[in-house]
Design a protein around this ligand. Sequence first.
Ligand code: PGA
Length: 249
Amino acid sequence: MRRKLAAGNWKMNGLGDALAELRALAATPAPQNTDILVCPPATLLSRASDIVKGTGVAIGGQDCHARACGAHTGDISADMLADAGARAVIIGHSERRDEHHEHDEHVRAKARAAWSSGLTAVICMGESLAEREADNTLDIIGGQLAGSIPDNATGENLVVAYEPIWAIGTGRVPTIAQIGEVHDFIRARLERRFGPGVGLSTRILYGGSVKPDNATEIFSVPNVDGALVGGASLTARDFRAIIDALSAA
Ligand code: PGA
């Protein structure tokens, strides 16, 4: 009942010439069972939206402000993202939580702003290495889930991304059992809080060092509905290989 989702997060990477990768990605038809989302830096959003028009690729932002407009120098509102052609926005990425001191209440307010603008919120959560080693992973995820997701979630407006901080950009990947445990836990918490309709229809992505050579194994885990991919989403070839692994899983 859940469509698969491959989401690429370019982070602070990509000048105009990087759009050639997006063009290459969009030139191959998307698999029937898989949605594709690419989140380029804000400077490329409207050009990227033009490129993917009429293809199976959607464009998203990497963050938004909680307010619709106002005196917030350097920030971008969810309305602005939507106006530039975005369909979704990543919220609460660990790099935002860390570098911009975003806490669960900020993430929740941003998710509400995203929903007011008609965007899907890809809400990220994950434990640090110290938290994992102290056996606190599920407590941390439970707290982030309760604090970061607003009440009126639906299977369409919400995607949850589980991204262990220690796996992001490091080449270190949790075991299949570790990924499965957290995804099952998130699913159960979503069902408990929002009911089975929303709980079972919300997509849960894994993120952190997903590459073409580990994608098939990761996508074999129950309750992994796709991936949020950083480094490997920067080239059409690698991202396409991950998309193909997902659609075949
Ligand atoms: P990575 O990043 O794939 O480069 O580890 C994932 C992410 O931060 O979303």
